[in-house]
Ligand binder design. Structure first.
Ligand code: NAP
Ligand code: ZN
Ligand code: ZN
Length: 350
């Protein structure tokens, strides 16, 4: 039987987010049903809702930083039981057979991974995300929230955490690595915390001088204001790795120039064309510009356990459902150095 769900969503790309009711699909044998307690607000939710990437379907209930408690499991579910504390990130399905699924990179499934919301799933039904009271997800895409981790603080790890952990790990951050993080928002502040926990010496590259204090508080040793040309010039060839979380297109060269020889600039924020890459700057220094998309499910679990072990928690601002439109407005301006998290369990039902 389909179930009635209450959430917050949009009917089209121009709509303002509002409370709405919708139907969740029939449970399947391998489904875990999760009563959602909290959901983080990722900048991607705005991109998707506004159809910035041309792949959105409506009506859309966003949200892919989902945590909650298991309330039911299908007969084929092996690893979860009622009462478990769990999390769901950006994906809810994939083929499970291709080389990338088998290699724990479901995000690159050759048949296409199914995103948590805003797309038709592998059965043709529209997926709907975590700005809502419950969700059904096949068990391979469900993670366990480590004991002792606060649910509200676990939520942002499901996207902001894994999206920054994955490149920091892949590019081998270790004690002494000079890491820079461009953009101190939801992803950026997690990148600082995780890189610092890996032993990196972290610099925040920000357009907002007033975020300097917040940058230091989350573990940055240095802050560089990216609009200060003299300071940027003085920082030429300073970093082994730059994680670039800026959500819109921007020139690449000013950031690539900050790399030491053999360094890498990893783009995780902007999907648009990125202008101004100088071949000269890349060649003379063996510098690389790379990208990184979220992380697989096993790596997401590894990241959750890493954060629990190192006491890493996101900085959050808990909001009620009716505050989502204001939070989106604030995110559009890039104003906050932390994550908004919707207190779903204590919000009035739409
Ligand atoms: P966010 O909280 O809004 O933070 C983005 C930060 O970038 C802002 O706080 C701001 O920091 C800076 N910024 C904003 N506008 C800028 C501009 N015009 N020029 C330069 N800097 C600007 O966003 P988020 O949730 O961290 O997401 C960041 C991006 O990552 C989004 O585009 C999102 O869609 C994407 N994303 C990608 C993946 C992936 O798999 N690769 C996963 C999740 C999210 P300062 O004030 O410090 O400059
Ligand atoms: Zn996200
Ligand atoms: Zn696959």
């Amino acid at each position: 039987m389909p179930s009635k769900a209450h959430g917050w969503g949009v009917e089209n790309a121009e709509d303002t987010i509002h409370a709405l009711q919708f139907e969740r699909r029939d449970p399947r044998a391998n489904d875990v049903t999760v009563e959602i307690s909290h959901c983080g607000i990722c900048h991607s939710d705005l991109h998707f809702a506004h159809n910035d990437w041309g792949m959105s379907h409506y009506p859309m209930v966003p949200g892919h930083e989902i945590v909650g408690t298991v309330t039911a499991v299908g007969p084929d579910v092996q690893n979860f039981k009622v009462g478990d504390r769990v999390g769901v990130g950006c994906m809810v399905d994939s083929c499970q057979k291709c080389e990338f699924c088998k290699g724990n990179q479901e995000q690159f499934c050759v048949e296409g991974a199914t995103f948590t919301y805003g797309v038709p799933d592998r059965h043709g039904e529209l997926t709907q995300g975590g700005y809502s009271d419950h969700v059904l997800v096949r068990e391979e895409f469900v993670c366990k929230i480590p004991d002792g981790m606060e649910m509200s603080k676990a939520a942002p790890l499901l996207c902001a955490g894994i999206t920054t952990y994955s490149p920091l790990k892949r590019w081998g951050v270790k004690p002494g690595t000079k890491v820079a993080v461009a953009g101190l928002g939801g992803l950026g502040h997690m990148a600082v915390k995780i890189a610092a926990a890996m032993g990196g010496e972290v610099t925040v590259l920000t357009t907002s001088p007033e975020k300097a204090e917040a940058a230091k508080k989350v573990g940055a040793s240095h802050v560089l204001v990216s609009t200060d040309e003299a300071a940027m010039g003085a920082a030429t060839a300073s970093f082994d790795l730059i994680v670039d979380t800026i959500p819109v297109t921007h020139p690449i060269d000013p950031y690539a120039a900050l790399l030491r020889p053999n360094g890498t600039l990893v783009i995780v924020g902007a999907l648009e064309p990125l202008p101004g890459v100088s071949g000269f700057n890349l060649i003379f220094g063996n510098r690389a510009v790379a990208g990184s998309a979220i992380g697989g499910v096993a790596e997401t679990q590894e990241m959750l356990d890493f954060c629990a072990e190192h006491g890493i928690e996101p900085e959050i601002e808990l909001i009620k459902g009716e505050q989502i439109p204001d939070a989106w407005e604030t995110l559009t301006k890039g104003d906050i150095p932390h994550r908004f998290v919707i207190d779903v369990e204590n919000s009035a039902r739409g």
